[in-house]
Design a protein around this ligand. Structure first.
Ligand SMILES: [Zn+2]
Length: 590
């Protein structure tokens, strides 16, 4: 097979947004939900178990179809974001789905309302197929309020905290950043601005960051106030009303990771703060400066700019997968065989890359923007890794197939490492080797330590706000957080005190960020085990992926002999990085 850059085919989903098949899908969904609503009156602790199973199975079937329609809308929009039909269809679909969701909510609420004893009869029968799904709904039982209270929260959230979040995003998304590039002042978006801090011009890097936090800082007082309101609302609802023990434990329950495991992760990470400081000091030497500035942490050390043809890139990825296990290559190939990959760069096409899976009966879809850079090959391996993960878990029902957030990046990151190892093994050019390792550790910094310190700041900020801290207090605490993170390895400009008001995650999904660190360190530790064990590791790894989202994440790992409860496990991930820094330190600086 030859691999050519091009667009995917969405035919396996629907022939077109306005096809009779799509119209039929909407009608079927409408009909199925109306049918499902009839269960409302039948739900009771002593209802027939068969009937309960039918309700679950119907819901599963409807969810598959709803996911297909939603996936089509998303992919249709991604292939050309300027397409009016795609925009309108996306909006229509979202509105329709929100309506359906509200009409089926009653089932979860009823299920949560049962006593432990009352669920036993149902669980015995449903266990094998729907066990974890049903369990995960019930995990929230102790924190669920009465139906009228839940309704009030929902209704008030629309115009309350959700409106606040929308305002935050409306305000910050219209920011324009003015920076002089090549002697000309340009108006840039944040994305365009941030691309420049990865560039070779040291002065420009500094100007970009100064402009970024000047713009955010000018609104710092008001953005900080919005953050205070969101955090207060989060605490009022989750701790005072629902009874969670701490702000972070809300996220831990959604991720289904025990509090102690997250505490252990954060604690070990804090102990390893010095690792990246060593890396930044080393980077200063290579960039030929006494000390790095915070502006320089993403500066390129690279000199070699190799270009790759798409076909060669695909072959390289598939070969690397094949060497790890033929199963991985075979699954990845399915994405190409079924024309489920969109690889070319086109105007209007969504930037970046992603893998999308919906109905487990369908091979996932992958979108990349292939430019021929070494990075693009890594991205290809990453997204195909996601696809492999989904395909290995395709035997589960739709509720159990998608892995939960902390495990969602396992196969993608692991696949990237498999590829990089292969590249390093084949690369004889020392400069290229050095560049690969530099960018590996740089990426690890951004996904691990940067996110850990965001989470540590969030933990502190939530406590401070409960104790009436001002926006200035928070900005000062953020500065201290940065000083602790970087030690004496960098100089930090005063404007960084406003960095926290520029991080959408801490506004939108409190404590989301630690999952990035969890995922990346987990993979580093797993990869380490693979290196030590070789072949015998592969089936255990495939077992983790095949579990999808059918069990609590910690149990999935336990079954594969991976114990994330101990500090030693997490330290193992950092040790891999430490050895990479050792390797770089051993190279004489020219
Ligand atoms: Zn990913």
């Amino acid at each position: 097979m030859t691999y050519e850059l091009g667009k995917w085919s969405l035919d396996d989903l629907f022939p077109a947004f306005n096809s009779p098949e799509m119209e039929k899908a909407f009608k079927t969904l409408e009909k199925d939900v109306a049918e499902f609503e009839k269960f409302r009156d039948k739900l009771s602790p002593d209802m027939d178990v068969e009937e309960f199973m039918t309700a679950l199975e119907d819901q599963e079937k409807t969810t598959r179809l709803a996911y297909r329609v939603g996936q089509y809308a998303g992919l249709f929009f991604s292939e050309d974001t300027q397409n009016q039909d795609a925009q309108t269809f996306q909006a229509k679909m979202q509105q329709f789905m929100a309506g359906l969701q509200n009409r089926t909510l009653f089932f979860d609420l009823w299920w949560k309302s049962l006593d432990e004893d009352e669920t036993k009869r149902f669980m015995e029968v449903a266990e094998d197929d729907f066990g974890y799904y049903l369990e995960q709904i019930r995990n929230f039982k102790p924190y669920t309020l009465s139906e009228p209270e839940e309704k009030v929260i929902n209704i008030k959230d629309v115009t309350g905290v959700n409106a606040m979040r929308t305002l935050y995003s409306s305000i910050t998304n219209r920011y324009v950043f003015k920076v002089e590039v090549d002697g000309e002042v340009k108006d840039l978006t944040r994305g365009e601005l941030m691309a420049l801090v990865y560039g070779p011009d040291a002065d420009l890097r500094a100007r970009c960051y100064q402009e970024l936090y000047k713009v955010y800082g000018d609104d710092g007082a008001i953005l900080g106030q919005m953050y205070q309101a969101i955090v207060r609302d989060y605490r009022n609802e989750n701790m005072d009303l629902r009874g969670f023990e701490s702000p972070i434990s809300v996220r831990n329950l959604i991720n289904d990771i025990p509090n102690e495991v997250v505490d252990t992760l954060l604690g070990v990470a804090e102990k390893n703060t010095g690792l990246f400081q060593r890396f930044f000091k080393l980077k200063a030497k290579w960039l030929k400066v006494d000390k790095l500035r915070r502006y320089d942490i993403y500066a390129p050390v690279a000199e070699a700019e190799k270009e790759y043809a798409y076909e060669d890139a695909v072959e390289m990825v598939l070969d690397a997968f094949n060497e790890f296990t033929p199963k991985a290559a075979e699954l990845a190939k399915r994405v190409f065989d079924e024309d489920h990959i969109d690889s070319s760069v086109r105007k209007g096409k969504r930037g970046g890359a992603f893998c999308s899976s919906s109905d487990p009966a369908l091979t996932p879809f992958v979108l990349v923007n292939f430019n021929g850079k070494a990075n693009d090959i890594g991205t290809l391996a990453h997204e195909l890794g996601h696809a492999i993960h989904a395909m290995l878990a395709e035997k589960h029902n739709v509720f159990h197939t998608h892995s939960c957030l902390p495990l969602a990046e396992t196969a993608s990151t692991f696949s990237e490492m498999v590829l990089i190892d292969r590249l390093l093994a084949e690369e004889t050019d020392e400069t290229v080797r050095r560049d690969i390792i530099f960018s590996q550790i740089g990426d690890a910094y951004a996904t691990i330590m940067r996110q850990i310190f965001f989470a540590l700041f969030e933990r502190e900020a939530h406590e401070m706000i409960a104790n009436n801290a001002s926006v200035e207090d928070l900005a000062n605490a953020y500065m201290k957080n940065l000083e602790k993170q970087f030690g004496d390895s960098l100089t930090i400009g005063e404007e960084f005190r406003w960095e926290w008001v520029s991080i959408p995650h801490i506004y939108d999904v409190p404590f989301y960020v630690y999952a990035y660190a969890f995922g990346q360190l987990l993979v580093l530790a797993l990869y380490q085990q693979y290196k030590q064990e070789g072949e015998s590791f592969v089936p255990r790894y495939l077992e983790i992926l095949s579990a999808g989202g059918s069990l609590p994440p910690v149990e999935i790992l336990d079954r594969a002999g991976v114990n994330v409860r101990t500090p030693e496990f997490w330290q193992g991930g950092f040790d891999v990085l430490a050895r990479m820094v050792d390797e770089l330190e051993a190279i004489p600086v020219e």
